[in-house]
Design a protein around this ligand. Structure first.
Ligand code: SF4
Length: 316
């Protein structure tokens, strides 16, 4: 089985269905010690360096070139220039099912040309297990760090369907004490201890926006996948994303919002739109956090989050 690196979400149903193993190369970044020489966003610069130095072995690469990230596009071009067979996958901005279907067909061609639809159902069963755990976190029945680890791995299902399914089935419910349920929207934090730190100060993450998208989307046919992945909120207009965020905030009874974004990422510019709607119009207490290089959560960030938590007592 060939290892296919992915730079953002593409349907894992297709990677597995074509007999390949997906590897979300972003998931290697938070614990990496590599300091890239030229960078904008550290996520793409670190995986680029890891691949160029041969520390990630990729047989092929799929770059999400439209609807997500231009930094990934350029760093993907550099890996292609260094000899990795590379495909560029584009989400239609309007969510067009027909164009999404064309993109999926092109992806299948790149990954070998034939696709076992039976694997779609197996991936679907695993995602249902992950969504059950996602609901446990809302009810305070699982540590958010464990739920996050599972959901963020939903992009490649750990590279091992059977192993990932067993991991989910083996997770047990536990009683979690906390002070406030909060939502973590935006890019997943580049600090591997971020969720643990939030729990340590009584902030229980009931919603990880992007990782939840990884386990929310799916389908049992090419048409079904096209319809579902066409609704990947991060590839769409910000209003589509905001509708989904607002729905989840209500459903999960989140009481505050942490917006995490990355230095030199276009998502940083969305902070004003998100803050205006969620804080100014809807009244959610809101804090913006900016990450850069992978490390433990910086002390200054911890201090700001502690002060935010203290203020929640006055807001709520
Ligand atoms: S944080 Fe932004 S710039 Fe970095 S990989 Fe993600 S979308 Fe791209």
């Amino acid at each position: 089985m060939a290892t296919v690196g992915i730079t953002a979400l593409i349907p894992p149903e297709i990677t597995y269905g074509t007999g390949n193993t997906p590897l979300d190369i972003n998931n290697l970044v938070p614990r990496s010690k590599v300091v890239p020489r030229d960078k904008l966003c550290a996520w793409t610069a670190v995986w680029r360096e890891l691949a160029l130095k041969g520390r990630i072995k990729l047989d092929r690469l799929v770059v999400v070139a439209g609807g997500d990230c231009n930094n990934a596009l350029v760093d993907g071009e550099r890996l292609e220039g260094a000899g990795t067979p590379t495909h560029y996958f584009t989400y239609p901005f309007d969510g067009s099912r027909a164009r999404m279907k064309e993109e999926i067909q092109r992806l299948i061609e790149f990954l070998g040309g034939s696709c076992d639809r039976g694997l779609f159902r197996e991936v679907g069963r695993i995602k249902r297990l992950a969504r059950r755990i996602d609901m446990w976190r809302v009810r305070g029945e699982v540590d958010p760090e464990k739920a996050f680890a599972i959901e963020v791995a939903g992009s490649d299902l750990g590279g091992d369907l059977e192993g990932f399914r067993k991991r989910l089935e083996g997770l047990e419910r536990e009683k979690v004490d906390y002070d406030y349920p909060v939502a973590l929207i935006g890019t997943p934090p580049i600090y591997p201890d971020f969720h643990r730190f939030l729990s340590s100060i009584g902030l229980h993450v009931v919603y990880d926006e992007m990782p939840y998208e990884f386990i929310r989307l799916g389908g049992s046919s090419i048409t079904g996948l096209a319809e579902s992945y066409g609704g990947y909120t991060f590839s769409r207009h910000i209003t589509t994303r905001l509708e989904a965020i607002e729905r989840e905030l209500r459903k999960r009874k989140a009481e505050a919002v942490i917006h995490n974004y990355q230095f030199a990422c276009h998502h940083k510019l969305e902070d004003r739109i998100l803050r205006d709607r969620l804080n100014r119009e809807l009244g959610y207490p809101y804090i913006s956090i900016e990450g850069d290089l992978p490390s433990r959560t910086p002390e200054q960030t911890k201090l700001r989050l502690e002060a935010f938590k203290e203020r929640l007592g006055g807001y709520l």
